[in-house]
Design a protein around this ligand. Structure first.
Ligand code: SF4
Length: 214
């Protein structure tokens, strides 16, 4: 089967998929407008990722552990870095890649973590010409490892999300803010100002009153 492929200049970060699922406006602010701000959650997550990447590579029995692995898929137009890829020995000189993503928090209600991991698997498949049937997410707060199987439904969801993120970024438009519960944990709350969406600023209201005065 022949697939359309993206050019190097059009690749988007794997992390953009997760940002898009959380909030399309946040995705556009970060990946189109290059706005970034840390809050406690993102800072803790960043420190955790840096700590994982610093630990280098090692072999434990039949598992070779490689940290900070560059990723790319021209088919989905993605680029990024895997926290950890374990290579499980299946036979002499046959190693199966198994991506492991580290998350600071706890499992989410949506599929965003699984989609990010599945995107990493699709990158590895394209780069190494192998199949990657499963991986895992390690959650720091609950300290447990969730195994994820990359079935057809999850792969379709991942590809659909990547397509929508490309459409959003290509459009160059940033969706308007909509205040929801998720905004309270968003690191871009003070840049986005979702609570003032649709309201005129007090300065604007003041000027309008002044113009109407006899
Ligand atoms: S504050 Fe809310 S609307 Fe604004 S980017 Fe964050 S989640 Fe989206």
């Amino acid at each position: 089967m022949t697939y359309m492929t993206y050019k190097e200049d059009d690749l988007i970060m794997v992390s953009a998929l997760q940002h898009y699922i959380f909030c399309p406006r946040q995705c556009a602010l970060i990946h189109t407008e290059q706005v970034w701000a840390d809050n406690r959650l993102t800072a803790e997550g960043r420190i955790m990722h840096e700590h994982v990447h610093e630990q280098g590579s090692e072999t434990r029995g039949d598992v070779r552990i490689v940290r900070g692995v560059p990723l790319r898929s021209l088919r989905l137009g993605l680029v990024g870095m895997a926290d950890v890829v374990e290579f499980h020995r299946e036979a002499k000189d046959v190693w199966k890649p198994f991506p492991v993503e580290y998350k600071w928090g706890k499992p989410k209600l949506d599929h965003s973590d699984m989609i990010q991991l599945c995107a990493q698997a699709i990158c590895l498949e394209e780069m190494l010409s192998v199949t990657v049937p499963s991986g895992a997410i390690f959650y720091g707060r609950t300290r447990h490892r969730l195994d994820v199987h990359f079935d057809d439904a999850l792969r379709r969801e991942t590809e659909g999300t990547a397509n929508r993120v490309h459409e959003l970024i290509t459009s160059g438009e940033t969706p308007p803010p909509v205040y929801e519960k998720r905004c309270e944990s968003c690191s871009l709350m003070s840049e986005c100002l979702p609570k003032t969406a649709g309201k005129k600023s007090s300065v604007k209201r003041y000027l309008e009153r002044m113009v109407k005065m006899p």
